[in-house]
Design a protein around this ligand. Structure first.
Ligand code: SF4
Length: 183
């Protein structure tokens, strides 16, 4: 069963109050989970095995799919950024993710016990990541990114007419997406 219009309004007010306006609601059944995304993590990403909220610290793809199937309502939040230098990305993401995890907490405290946030970028709260969930330095704050949960972010956000493109250089505009699983 989906959220009532009144509950959605309550959540919209909470999201807006935090200053987020560029977001859309999605039926979680439309979130595309794919094995190829995990393969991209395993082969080609420097954070595989080095990020405490990245694979292989996240569940197998089949369990990720089950996780999304347990929800009836989710929000996708869009963030745009252009970096002068590649190393600026982590501080940009850290600040946004810290704000998002507070939003998740407020939604939870408002009675949405399933509230769970997926970061708009890999967790980069610490300069040196432990690389291991069991010895994470900020275990209450760290969350996986949608990609770490095997979400095909490109195809999913295009379903909502959000912009996203493969970038060919670091100084091009980034379109990053956080997912707030609500109910
Ligand atoms: S909180 Fe720190 S140690 Fe934990 S996953 Fe994030 S960067 Fe790694």
């Amino acid at each position: 069963m989906s959220l009532t219009p009144e509950k959605r309004q309550t959540l919209d007010a909470m999201i807006n109050e935090k200053g987020y306006t560029d977001y859309k609601w999605i039926d979680p059944k439309k979130i595309i989970v794919a094995q190829w995304v995990r393969m991209k993590c395993m082969f080609g990403c420097s954070e595989y095995g080095r990020g405490g909220a990245c694979p292989p610290n996240t569940p197998p793809v089949a369990d990720c799919e089950r996780f999304f199937n347990e929800y009836s309502d989710a929000v996708i939040l869009h963030f745009e950024g252009t970096m002068d230098k590649p190393e600026e990305r982590h501080s940009w993401s850290r600040k946004i993710n810290a704000g998002l995890v507070k939003l998740e907490r407020e939604v939870f405290l408002a009675g949405f016990e399933r509230a769970f946030l997926l970061f708009m970028d890999s967790c980069c709260f610490c300069k040196e990541c432990s690389g291991d969930r069991k010895i994470c330095k900020e275990p209450r704050m760290a969350r996986p990114a949608p990609e770490a949960m095997a979400v095909d972010v490109y195809s999913t956000v295009r379903r909502l007419d959000f912009p996203i493109n493969v970038r060919t250089d670091y100084d091009q505009k980034m379109d990053r997406y956080a997912f707030l699983m609500v109910y």
